[in-house]
Write a protein that binds this ligand. Structure first.
Ligand SMILES: [Zn+2]
Length: 222
């Protein structure tokens, strides 16, 4: 296997763990698309905590194991990752976690609405949808994810399971995973003080435009 890609996956896993947007047992999977090939590097270890190169497999986007180990329990959710690469030609990284607050919404079968500005800024102005439950990694589960996700939306809650994030780069995927968890946590805390309130739809678009304008302008220095 390619050492640079292995290191990249190890780095992504470590950053997801470091971000805190993960359950206590560290369960989850990271994958990155191999540039120019119909393959991904996929974490086949049960936890992202303490991941080693032995916990990473090279898997075809048709789901075939090419190199490394793929225990059946981790192999079961491969289809969730390959479907995101198939549907999004620009998708370079897929993350799956059971980050606690977002998973609370997934377990409640409730979407996360646009309660914080960062959601609007990162493609989730309409909130994070919920994909209906299907046994993990099954054709039904994958079909439900596809039914829930609109073009340009980079995250989905998996009912009674967890969160799936897919983006162009690992950096963006990690960022979106963190924003989704932050919004969920804030909303649950807000329930103690009257409940979360959505940002008005027209202002969500304004938040995105403002973020893009800053992005284009770059940081000005004196
Ligand atoms: Zn899971």
């Amino acid at each position: 296997m390619d050492k640079n890609l292995l290191d990249e996956v190890l780095g992504v896993a470590a950053r997801v763990v470091g971000s805190g947007a993960i359950s206590a047992n560290g369960h989850g999977n990271v994958s990155i698309r191999v540039p120019g090939a119909d393959e991904m590097y996929y974490t086949s270890a049960p936890s992202l905590k303490g991941l080693t190169p032995e916990g990473i497999a090279r898997v075809g986007l048709d789901g075939t194991l090419i190199e490394g180990q793929l225990p059946p329990i981790q192999g079961a959710v491969v289809a969730m990752h390959t479907a995101m690469y198939a549907d999004g030609p620009d998708v370079g990284c897929v993350l799956h976690t059971h980050s606690p607050y977002a998973t609370a919404f997934a377990v409640a079968n409730r979407p996360i609405h646009c309660w914080i500005e960062a959601l609007a800024m990162f493609g989730l102005a309409d909130g994070v949808p919920v994909a209906a439950y299907g046994p993990r990694g099954s054709a039904e589960a994958v079909a439900n994810i596809r039914a829930a996700v609109r073009p340009g939306v980079p995250a989905v809650l998996l009912a009674n399971h967890g969160v799936l994030v897919f983006h162009r780069t690992p950096q963006l995927a990690i960022l979106v995973g963190g924003v989704v968890e932050e919004a969920a946590q804030a909303a649950i805390n807000a329930r103690a003080v009257g409940g979360p309130v959505e940002i008005p739809a027209d202002l969500r678009a304004a938040a995105l435009q403002r973020a893009m304008a800053f992005d284009t302008a770059g940081t000005k220095t004196a």
